[in-house]
Write a protein that binds this ligand. Structure first.
Ligand SMILES: Nc1ncnc2c1ncn2[C@@H]1O[C@H](COP(=O)(O)OP(=O)(O)OP(=O)(O)O)[C@@H](O)[C@H]1O
Ligand SMILES: [Mg+2]
Length: 267
């Protein structure tokens, strides 16, 4: 086991000991997502395969790993009455977006839950690329007051799964936009309506700027992603320190050869 694997495991053990028990009431029965204004877009099966999405994936070990992650995430979120989960990492390019997309798909596979995935990485938005879709509008159009929430919604022809994509516009004010009252209103709207809807936010890396910290007040919990053999120990420790007062559900040890075919999850 290499050093980052050990560090992730140690952090998980420590968190297990310190775990808070903020149990709220379990949510009531599920309601379907309202698709009235949602654009439906078909996914390209070749791209789905190339981009490692778990739609029609024949590698059961991969699907099972995401289902395990889903079940653990759902339990913690439901036990606490939480709806808004941010996915981040210490540094770039470790697999946050792929983890967010596959986690969202695996949640939607469980028919009593629905999920909205928001691309909140305003620096390098890539949820639409990962899904191979070309959005008409993005999160910035909403944050800048040009379109309504309903104009943003895309259903990639997976029941119970809605995406809010994003794009860059060369404007560097990403943390100000993420912490704006309009963003707060959006999170409120997405999380308030249906008790069994989870809202996932694909975030930028935590150590590249103040975006994640600026947005954290709107989130209930975090999921971390690290890359086996690549994420630096000191960066991981720094990330845990920054998130010390936040609820971190756990760390996904991505691209690991050791156990589970590259998609391990320490809880
Ligand atoms: N478990 C995995 N096995 C193989 N390739 C992977 C895995 N996870 C992610 N990748 C690949 O690694 C690259 C980076 O993944 P992704 O875009 O999800 O990372 P990211 O952390 O969101 O990056 P960024 O910091 O730019 O937002 C992509 O090409 C993706 O397909
Ligand atoms: Mg990404």
């Amino acid at each position: 086991m290499d050093r980052i694997s050990k560090a992730v495991q140690l952090a998980a053990e420590k968190r297990q000991t310190n775990r808070s028990h903020k149990k709220l009431s379990r949510s009531e029965s599920a309601q379907p997502f309202e698709y009235t204004h949602t654009r439906r877009v078909a996914l390209d099966p070749e791209l789905v395969h190339e981009n490692r999405l778990i739609v029609n994936c024949e590698q059961q070990i991969i699907v099972d790993a995401y289902k395990l992650l889903r079940t653990r995430v759902l339990h913690r979120m439901q036990q606490n009455g939480w709806r808004a989960l941010g996915i981040t990492s210490p540094g770039a390019n470790v697999g946050k977006t792929l983890t967010s997309v596959n986690l969202a798909i695996s949640i939607a596979m469980k028919h009593e839950n629905t999920v909205v995935l928001v691309d909140a990485d305003l620096r390098r938005p890539s949820v639409h690329k990962c899904l191979g879709i070309e959005p008409e509008y993005g999160l910035l159009d909403y944050l800048d007051g040009n379109v309504a929430v309903s104009d943003l919604l895309i259903n990639p022809e997976i029941d119970g799964f809605v995406v809010i994509p994003s794009h860059t516009d060369g404007n560097a004010r990403s943390s100000e936009r993420l912490s704006s009252t309009r963003m707060e209103k959006l999170v409120g709207e997405l999380t308030a309506r249906y008790p069994d809807r989870l809202v996932l936010f694909d975030l930028p890396p935590i150590l590249v700027g103040d975006d994640v910290e600026a947005f954290s007040p709107y989130l209930d919990a975090f999921l971390l992603v690290v890359e086996d053999g690549k994420t630096d120990m000191a960066e991981y420790a720094k990330t845990l320190e920054i998130l010390e007062n936040e609820d971190v559900l756990g760390t996904v040890l991505n691209k690991s050869d050791e156990i589970g075919g590259g998609y391990d999850y320490y809880y």
